[in-house]
Design a protein around this ligand. Structure first.
Ligand code: CUO
Length: 680
């Protein structure tokens, strides 16, 4: 069980002294040294797990230990929700630990880790606890299956962990170049992106005790975070000469995109099912998963949601009319569409987005005749690997956009910040001669597999994977403040492709949904004219590279320990994916900066809480979303009459700069890492 109490423990091993009764029968029969081998470590901390009056775990215990676990399945949600409730209800930290230890050995491990993580994130007494990266607990959800056989072989052959070589995961292992969609596999299968998605859904569960689900603007954030994923994915597609994502509009048509995940499940010894090209969706009737619905249900919910949007109101469970207002509408729709338990009327509007995930995830075996479990779309840990994820979410996003299109466009007055003028804007990459160029390349990094895999002989074993990276850069702009007195501005930075698929300049109504948020931060506007500089690594969208890969090299001879000092909050777009890959010649993009009145946008609350550095997509833990404007402002709506391009949209407090994103096709080791030393 993982439960490292505080960062000051560094990488010290913790040994849990567990009451015999808390182990499974099988574990009780194992010789002691195998169970407590961590305790043999010199200096390991010993934690006594107390025997308590255990809570009744029979309900969550109904899920088979070897089953795959999916939050999209209502039955699994219910069982996990019950377990979260039990964990949240444990009165003291010690009681919580005891219940968790017992649950860890007796319940389904995926459900356990999910419920335990949610409880850890939401209990007052565990807020500072560390959550190890899921990729290390369940590496099988992130790396290709054959790696584990190779890892075991390496562990058995090379006893001294210091001498083991990292196992290289090929950059292209899920498909070949014959498959066009494979060009963006590096995005879909990126470890950091998938970890972000898992963490997001952990922080914003749609079914759990109400006090956990009911977070400030969570429905709107569901819309915005996924909208931004799509905007980013589309810019990535443009970088690779592909068309934008097509919405999965027709559930009756074959889905041309196939996906073969090549992931193994280590819990149930099975391979994650694939979906062949041109698979058709079907009605789902799977007794063993207690799930049955027709595609028509999804279509009916969709039609009712569209009707609500077009009439400007939803109908709540008592038949009352709840208007979809400018400010609240998108939040209500988010809870309806996802759907979460905050949906005002689940009987009427159903469970559209979640059931779409299920219909796709079971398309290879809709009635369980082959006894196959769900594909990657059935699990938020793995869903983003599949091209169809983006098609489904493009459809979902367009429903939100339909609502946004009914809202009045922003007026000049709503956009401008009188007296404040942005005079210029550029980006500088260190070492590059010309301004307004960004550079991307491949980088390698290592992940420790030994947490999630039980090796004997033990010790770290690393998988080496390749991911996109960019050179750090700096935004620079000049702001004038022509009105007297000290004022504060809120700087909003976005980027979007300049041209569409055919090379034509993008129209505003098109480009606004391609706008990718890069950063947002307050500044003081005290002087008449000032130069502002901001580093790309400060982004309010991302978490630092070290946090995505925290602990990945913690057991290394050097470099690992200081990574521990980062507060671990895993939700946040990975810094290494901040900008798209671009092209060799340079992908033309438009960089946009806007300064709004912070005194109007600010939310008054202390901002010294944890997890506030990736607030744009993740919010701030335990607090309100730190911006009063609609998420995505000013691009969440269509422009006024006559606004057909980004330039015609501009008011004096905005500026646009053309930038090229250049891709350099080479693989680099991470900066400052002495790889050969590790090889011994
Ligand atoms: Cu994040 Cu569909 O909501 O996967």
């Amino acid at each position: 069980i993982f439960f490292i109490k505080n960062s000051d423990k560094g990488n010290k091993q913790v040994f849990f002294d567990v009451p015999q009764e808390y182990l499974t029968e099988r574990q009780q029969k194992l010789p002691q040294p195998v169970i407590n081998r961590f305790g043999e470590e010199a200096g390991a901390e010993r934690i006594q797990v107390r025997k308590i009056n255990l809570p009744d775990l029979s309900e969550p215990g109904r899920l088979d230990r070897r089953a795959q676990f999916s939050l999209f399945l209502p039955e699994h949600r219910k069982l996990a929700g019950r377990l979260i409730q039990i964990f949240m209800g444990m009165r003291t930290l010690d009681d919580f630990l005891s219940a968790a230890v017992y649950a860890r050995s007796h319940l389904n491990p995926y459900m356990f880790v999910y419920a335990y993580s949610v409880a850890l994130l939401h209990r007052d007494d565990t807020r500072n606890a560390h959550l190890p990266p899921l990729a290390e607990l369940f590496p099988e959800k992130y790396v290709n299956g054959d790696l584990f056989a190779r890892a075991r072989e390496e562990a058995n052959t090379v006893i001294n962990p210091e001498q083991r070589v990292p196992l290289v995961i090929p950059k292209d292992y899920t498909a070949s170049d014959l498959e066009d969609e494979h060009k963006v596999a590096y995005f879909r299968e990126d470890l950091g992106i998938n970890l972000h998605h898992w963490h997001w859904h952990l922080v914003y569960p749609f079914d759990a005790p109400r006090e956990i689900v009911d977070k400030d603007r969570r429905g709107e954030l569901f819309y915005y975070m996924h909208q931004q994923v799509l905007a980013r994915y589309n810019m990535e597609r443009f970088s690779n000469g592909m068309q934008r994502t097509k919405r999965l509009l027709n559930l009756r048509e074959p889905i041309p995109e196939g996906y073969f995940p090549k992931l193994d499940s280590l819990v149930s010894s099975r391979v994650w099912p694939a979906r062949t090209a041109n698979t058709k969706l079907s009605d789902i009737a799977r007794e063993s998963d207690q799930i049955q619905f027709d595609l028509q249900d999804i279509e009916r919910w969709r039609d009712r949601i569209y009707e609500a949007i077009h009439t400007g109101a939803v109908v709540d469970a008592n038949g009352g009319r709840v208007p979809l207002t400018e400010n609240e509408g998108v939040n209500i729709l988010g809870n309806i569409i996802e759907s979460s338990i905050l949906s005002p009327n689940r009987a009427l509007y159903g469970d559209m987005h979640n059931f779409g995930h299920i219909a796709i995830a079971f398309s290879h075996d809709p009635d369980n005749r082959h006894l196959e479990s769900f594909g990657v779309m059935g699990d938020s840990t793995t869903a983003m690997r599949d091209p169809v994820f983006y098609r489904w979410h493009a459809f979902v996003d367009d429903i939100f956009q339909e609502h946004k299109r009914t809202l009045p466009p922003y007026t000049q007055q709503q956009l401008d910040f009188p007296g404040v003028r942005v005079k210029n804007l550029e980006v500088r990459t260190a070492g590059a001669g010309n301004p307004n160029q960004l550079f991307t390349f491949w980088q390698q990094n290592d992940m420790d597999l030994s947490r999630g895999l039980d090796f004997t002989p033990r010790g770290s074993i690393f998988a080496r994977f390749t991911h996109l990276q960019h050179r750090p850069f700096t935004y620079r702009f000049t702001v004038e403040n022509n009105l007297p007195g000290q004022r504060e501005g809120y700087v909003r930075i976005f980027m979007a492709p300049k041209f569409d698929e055919r090379g034509a300049p993008m129209q505003f109504r098109d480009q606004r949904v391609f706008m990718v948020e890069l950063d947002k931060f307050p500044i003081n506007l005290s002087q008449r004219s000032q130069n502002v500089e901001r580093r790309s690594t400060m982004s309010s969208v991302t978490i630092p590279f070290e946090r995505t890969f925290r602990n990945l090299d913690a057991n290394r001879p050097q470099g690992g320990a200081q990574l521990e000092q980062f507060n671990f909050c895993g939700c946040g777009w990975p810094q290494h994916m901040l900008i798209p890959k671009g092209t060799a010649q340079g992908l033309p993009v438009q960089l946009f900066v806007m300064i709004t009145d912070y005194s109007k946008d600010r939310v008054d609350q202390p901002l010294d809480g944890m997890c506030n550095d990736a607030a744009s997509y993740c919010g701030v833990r335990g607090q309100r979303y730190p911006d009063r404007r609609p998420m995505g402002f000013p691009f969440d709506r269509n422009g006024r009459q006559g606004v057909d391009s980004l330039r015609s949209f501009l008011t004096g407090n905005m500026f646009v700069q053309d930038v090229l994103v250049k891709f350099q096709d080479k693989i680099e080791a991470p900066a400052g890492r002495n790889v050969t030393a590790f090889r011994g």
